[in-house]
Design a protein around this ligand. Structure first.
Ligand SMILES: C[S@@+](CC[C@H](N)C(=O)[O-])C[C@H]1O[C@@H](n2cnc3c(N)ncnc32)[C@H](O)[C@@H]1O
Length: 303
């Protein structure tokens, strides 16, 4: 399915196919035509996912299968009704964030999707190479909503990184991130993980903030961006990643075009430094726009 020379990716594909044989043809399409740079990144990502997951790796790939079924149900609802199923944050808390077994499977599946969904992989590459690599040495970093902990792990293992924190409303997500960071050999004192809602943020400032796949989970995303603007030090950088036309069990706010994410960030006071609009596997950006398929909008803003 992929050329020789990418051992971590080959191992990950073999494990995923063992857990989800019907997905083999999708995975073949996912990597068909990828260039060497994309395959190298995927190989590196597969290695990080393997280390973050430790002896849970087989469960991660099983949970990806479960997540695929859940997302398909949401997709059918979205196609029938033209909207996301949930509208109230309280319902997402009850059904997802406070439901520890559900959340554990969800975060495992989402972790694997970073490798298998082309838009997710492209955003991770942009996060590492355009955002994290562009930091001044020692820059303090906050992630709000780390979930499975992959982005926090990338930030906390980057050369020259400063103090790192992660805030999340879900105990299950905080535990997941903590466990993953420990498996990477990152001491508990090196990354503070705290149960904090973005709408109830303490007085603090960071030079770098990541807010990935959280904006679309909120009833009032603009208010969250305004809170992030207050948390960002002058001259600091914010990484936002929000999917467009992307139904999921806890998505509330429907962005219909990637430019809406940039516009909302401008309304909150950010200056746009750069953006990546990544269409879902197998689609061009034009086709994804025309057919209202998922596009990940990764936007870097500065204050
Ligand atoms: C889909 S996960 C994102 C995981 C990861 N950042 C990524 O990009 O894949 C969303 C996370 O945001 C958290 N979250 C949702 N609403 C939040 C809020 N108001 N404040 C802080 N965290 C929140 C959830 O508990 C969950 O862990």
């Amino acid at each position: 399915m992929i050329p020789d020379g990418y051992p971590n990716l080959s191992r990950a594909i073999a494990m995923q196919v063992a857990a989800f044989p019907e997905h083999e043809s999708y995975l073949a399409r996912r990597f068909a035509g990828e260039n060497a740079a994309a395959l190298t990144f995927a190989d590196e990502l597969a290695a990080v996912i393997e280390r973050l997951s430790g002896d849970e790796l087989a469960t991660v790939y099983r949970d990806y299968r479960w997540l695929s079924d859940i997302v398909l149900e949401e997709e059918i609802f979205f196609r029938r009704h033209g909207r996301y199923r949930l509208t109230r944050f309280a319902d997402a808390v009850e059904q997802v964030y406070a439901n520890a077994p559900y959340m554990a499977r969800y975060m495992n599946g989402l972790l694997a999707s970073q490798l298998w969904w082309r838009n997710h992989s492209e955003v991770m590459r942009y996060f590492r190479d355009a955002f994290i690599a562009g930091h001044a040495p020692g820059a303090s970093h906050l992630e709000v909503g780390p979930g499975h902990g992959l982005l926090l792990a990338i930030a906390a293992t980057a050369p020259g990184h400063g103090l790192c924190e992660g805030w999340d409303i879900s105990d299950a997500s905080l535990a997941h991130s903590r466990e993953g960071l420990r498996r990477l050999g990152i001491a508990d004192e090196a990354v503070a993980l705290r149960k904090i809602d973005i709408f109830d943020a303490p007085d603090a400032q960071f030079q770098s903030i990541a807010f990935s796949e959280v904006l679309e989970h909120l009833e009032d995303p603009l208010a969250a961006l305004r809170a992030l603007h207050r948390l960002l030090a002058p001259g600091g950088r914010l990484f936002v990643n929000a999917p467009v036309n992307s139904p999921a069990p806890d998505h509330l706010y429907l962005f219909r075009a990637p430019e809406e994410v940039e516009d909302m960030m401008r309304s909150a006071g950010f200056i746009i430094e750069g953006s990546l609009f990544a269409p879902c596997t197998g689609a061009t950006l034009d086709r994804a726009r025309r057919l209202t398929l998922t596009i990940s909008a990764a936007v870097i803003g500065t204050r």
